[in-house]
Design a protein around this ligand. Structure first.
Ligand code: SAH
Ligand code: SF4
Length: 365
């Protein structure tokens, strides 16, 4: 039996035992092998997480960023971006609209923008929690004190992708920061009681198959509740503007292997995948993914949140974005998740409004 067949058979029996060598063999699946890999990932998803697809409404509330990530269009050095900041009242209005459409998770995402102080953000989190939704934060690096305060105000989850588990590549692409620090922040988030999402980009220039295998092992080691894996898309206003994008095939293969390595983690069908291929998100939901993040940012801001170019959905309003994702779920014969969509590890908190999950919440001063 060749290495791929051996690893696939092992995954069919007990995915939690896949080794570094097994993972590399699965990632190397050839064209004729991929359908069986995808089918196994789909079965594991169905067995452990069922047919429900969870919608997370994402509000991109500021595109100011002090970061200098080589891959990202929002990097501070990119002068071609029209910067915006949403007022707290606008964020709450967008969140109210999303909750009114029946979404049970609101994701607050931004560049690294110190304008939003801990006072402002804890106030926003506290108000959003009144809508009976789970709150995910995706704000980049913040101080341990801030992270604790956000948790105490009621935040449930934090999305901080490690981006790549190759320490040298990480240091080259995120000048002034290290993989070790990023992983340290992820471990702190776990200790603070957050459900943690990590992940990375597929097809970064210089990324190797062993590095992707290490991405997955790092997330298994961190015991993440979510893994966001989407293709890298070059932005012309960045140092990586001339590099090729990650491919659909490679992204789907990595997603399928991620489903086997992290069997009960939430895996989103990413917007980036929907951007490189109009069928990308539907295909992802059939090879392991179980989450979609419709954009509920007011339409007037969307085109300026240009992490990468050509982002799908920037010409839509929140209602249209959510409706499209619901139609997609229906077309696949799946159903929309009705609860908060917490990790199965935290399923008991489905019984509560969600503010009770993790540490006790405190109304901010
Ligand atoms: N500032 C926060 C959150 C916004 S960036 C942070 O950095 O964590 C959100 C994600 O966008 C990043 O984690 C990265 O994985 C992704 N991203 C950035 N540039 C990208 C690109 N060119 N192609 C695809 N994804 C990209
Ligand atoms: Fe800023 Fe996040 Fe983009 Fe880096 S990836 S430049 S931190 S928005």
């Amino acid at each position: 039996m060749d290495l791929f067949e051996e690893a696939l058979a092992k995954a069919g029996e007990n995915c939690r035992e896949l080794s570094f060598e097994d993972i590399k063999a699965l990632l190397g699946a050839g064209e004729s092998e991929r359908p069986r890999l995808y089918a196994l990932a789909d079965r594991v998803r169905s067995r452990l997480l069922g047919e429900e697809v969870y919608l997370r409404g994402i509000i991109e509330f500021s595109n100011y960023c002090s970061g200098a990530c080589f891959y990202c269009g929002l990097r501070s050095g990119n002068k071609g971006v029209r910067r915006y900041r949403m007022e707290p009242s606008e964020i709450l209005e967008a969140a109210g609209e999303a909750a009114g459409m029946g979404l049970k998770t609101i994701v607050l995402q931004s560049g690294e923008d110190p304008f939003y102080t801990v006072e402002i953000l804890t106030g926003v989190i506290w108000e959003i929690k009144k809508l009976d939704v789970a709150v995910t934060l995706s704000l980049g690096l913040r101080s341990p004190e801030d992270l604790r305060a956000f948790k105490e105000a009621g935040a449930d989850r934090y999305l901080l992708k490690h981006e790549t588990a190759d320490a040298d590549l990480f240091a080259r692409l995120r000048p002034g920061t290290t993989l070790e620090d990023r992983v340290g922040s992820l471990r702190l988030l776990k200790r603070l009681g957050y459900q943690v999402g990590s992940g990375g980009m597929v097809g970064l220039p210089g990324q190797t198959v062993p590095a992707v295998a290490r991405d997955l092992l790092l997330m298994r080691d961190l015991d993440v509740e979510m893994a966001g894996l989407g293709p890298f898309i070059p932005h012309p206003g960045t140092p990586l503007g001339g590099s090729p994008a990650g491919s659909l095939e490679m992204t789907l293969t990595i997603l399928a292997v991620a489903r086997l390595v992290l069997p009960d983690a939430h895996l989103p069908a990413t917007t980036a995948l929907g951007t490189i291929n109009p069928r990308g998100r539907g295909l992802a939901l059939r090879c392991g993914a179980n989450v979609i993040m419709p954009n509920v940012t007011p339409q007037r801001y969307r085109s300026h949140y240009s992490i990468y170019p050509g982002k799908t959905g920037i010409d839509r309003d929140p209602f249209t974005s959510v409706r499209e994702m619901r139609l997609l779920i229906e077309s696949l014969g799946r159903s929309e998740g009705t609860g908060y969509g917490h990790s199965p590890k935290y399923a008991y908190t489905e019984l509560h409004s969600g503010r009770e999950s993790g540490v006790r919440s405190q109304k901010p001063e």
